[in-house]
Design a protein around this ligand. Sequence first.
Ligand SMILES: Nc1ncnc2c1ncn2[C@@H]1O[C@H](COP(=O)(O)OP(=O)(O)OP(=O)(O)O)[C@@H](O)[C@H]1O
Length: 308
Amino acid sequence: MPNWFIIANPAAGGGLVKKVWPAIEAELQKLQIQYVSNFTIGPGHATTMVQEALTAGYRHIIAVGGDGTNHEVINGIMLQKNVPSAEVNYGLLPVGTGNDWIRTYGIPRDWREWLPQLFAAPSRLQDVGLASFWTGGQKSERFFTNVAGLCYDAFVVKTMADQQIKPSNRFVYLWWILKCLFRFQPTPCKISFDGQSIQESCYTINIGICKYSGGGMQFVPQAIPDDGLLGLTIARKIPKWDVILSTPRFYAGTIGGHPKVTLHQSKSVLVESTSEHPVYVEADGEFLGECPAEFTIVENAIRVIVPF
Ligand SMILES: Nc1ncnc2c1ncn2[C@@H]1O[C@H](COP(=O)(O)OP(=O)(O)OP(=O)(O)O)[C@@H](O)[C@H]1O
């Protein structure tokens, strides 16, 4: 049996994976990697495919795609019960659009640069977040590996998912977040964490295992992937002009310096709506549902391949 099981999402990167797949295969053959590969056939397929691969005996998994593919594969690893999740050696070849998860580890954004290193690189343990939330009148759960967001953050993800907008680059994405900003009203909510509770109208709330989301912005600059804690960023009601002027702070990782923003760390976070308005939830760029939502941490849950 080949060592490596590769899951490729042909739709990732706006179809880029499908386009570059022959070049990836040529490189794999040049490197003499023993592998079997499969394309996903639709949303959610990467989750079931990785479970089947682990049941079949594979322990070295590579995903080819972006943050959504990464999210689905991690959920597959976490949901199955056959193999301890931390025993699965997992690497991502980034051929997505935002590719935010890789930024925390300094994984090269160019797949051509990362591919030759990937099969010999070391691995390290990472924590995983577990979100419980409401969708379609039912309670549901999802693991996340990067950053979850509520309020405006999730409103942007929901609006783009509802309108089937898949931004092809950072500028299109920025245009959409600006458009959504003028439609969003900060939502009153209660945030309970670490023995304290805050009631505020919030612009955004972010919960991170890793630091980057939204195409290179640092919503949770204090997040450390293996410290057993969730990074929590609370941005209270901010005028829209201030949100726009503060955008460079997100890119620079200095949003904690804003007077209306506080940074925290906690083992768990509970967010509840305190008005009749829904407070939406997203994780790793995927829309999940609504509050009440609880976030907890699974320590050292996955083993990820990172550069030397
Ligand atoms: N065969 C497929 N056809 C269409 N969509 C698919 C298929 N397989 C998976 N998907 C969906 O494609 C979506 C996009 O994938 P992914 O997030 O990896 O790429 P991306 O959006 O380009 O990258 P990023 O999230 O880093 O910006 C995922 O939500 C996934 O569910």
